[in-house]
Write a protein that binds this ligand. Structure first.
Ligand SMILES: NC(=O)c1ccc[n+]([C@@H]2O[C@H](COP(=O)([O-])OP(=O)(O)OC[C@H]3O[C@@H](n4cnc5c(N)ncnc54)[C@H](O)[C@@H]3O)[C@@H](O)[C@H]2O)c1
Length: 260
């Protein structure tokens, strides 16, 4: 067996949820590593998305295009996958980053959450993610070395007060990851989750107090604030060619805040 390829230069990558701080960082990182990137986010965020892909493409050496896509809408999801095939000739990797997170609103006890709130969070964070996997899987199979990276959260393991629906959705992401890994492995497609700790980004600062962020930072083995760039190594490795015998796993990236 030959040594695995390490470069992302020949890969076409679909990234969802690209206008948040973390998603925008993935667009920059994959493009900087030479990948061809289809960057998807809600149609209403097209201007922001265009700005992010233009900046990443200017920096190069890879190229990124924006595609308006609501992951709860099968038609726009298929359009995003078709864009990868038409613009770049196929699809090798998917990073399922889109989620309801910043727009969760104020933390509230689970006794006060409504069915509508639960349904929205599960529809986007779980069913929407499945819908992207469903549309992408046949194209990943054609490549013979497909990669799916589903973004979870350490709250799936640790729990977190005030966001029961979000926490449950991230636990479901990890179950979906393990099922998809079992089903798609024979095609050469790996499916893994990356589980970030609390990232000091715009979304988290909207939702949490400074004291909460400081307590998370000081509880880590590496006692500092986590930034979006801390996720790049894990996500690009699991989305790249060198991780081909790792599947169904959840990789925690939180500076040693959580040990399993
Ligand atoms: N920020 C953190 O501390 C943290 C920690 C753990 C996990 N995460 C996860 O990391 C990912 C990115 O988080 P973030 O901090 O950038 O949050 P964010 O809320 O800023 O980003 C979420 C992105 O998903 C997009 N999105 C929402 N609904 C969508 C839909 N129906 N179709 C397509 N796109 C949609 C949003 O427009 C946005 O670009 C999320 O999956 C989040 O759950 C974040």
């Amino acid at each position: 067996m030959s040594l695995p390829e390490m470069s992302l230069a020949d890969r076409v990558v679909l990234l969802t949820g690209v206008t948040g701080d973390i998603g925008a960082t993935y667009v920059k990182a994959f493009t900087a590593a030479g990948a061809s990137v289809v960057a998807a986010d809600l149609p209403a965020l097209e201007d922001d998305g265009q700005g992010i892909v233009n900046e990443a493409t200017e920096a190069g050496p890879g190229r990124a295009v924006f595609v308006p896509c609501d992951i709860t809408d099968a038609t726009t999801v298929e359009h995003a996958v078709d864009t990868a095939v038409k613009e770049f000739g196929g699809l090798h990797s998917v990073v399922n980053n889109a989620a309801i997170y910043r727009t969760l609103g104020a933390k509230r006890p689970l006794t006060q959450l409504t069915c509508d709130e639960w349904e929205l969070v599960l529809r986007v964070n779980v069913i929407g993610m499945w819908q992207v996997i469903k549309a992408a899987a046949p194209h990943l199979a054609v490549s013979g070395h497909g990669r799916i990276v589903n973004i979870s959260s350490v709250v799936a393991r640790n729990g977190a007060p005030g966001f029961a629906h979000y926490v449950a959705s991230k636990a479901a992401v990890e179950g979906l990851t393990r099922s998809a890994a079992r089903e798609l492995g024979a095609d050469g497609t790996t499916v893994n989750s990356v589980s970030p700790g609390l990232v000091d980004d715009t979304a988290t600062r909207d939702l949490n107090s400074g004291d909460y962020l400081a307590a998370a930072a000081s509880s880590r083995a590496i006692p500092r604030a986590m930034v979006p760039e801390d996720l790049v190594g894990a996500v690009t490795w699991l989305a790249g060619p060198a991780s081909g015998f790792v599947t169904g796993q959840t990789l925690i990236v939180d500076g040693g805040g959580t040990f399993v």
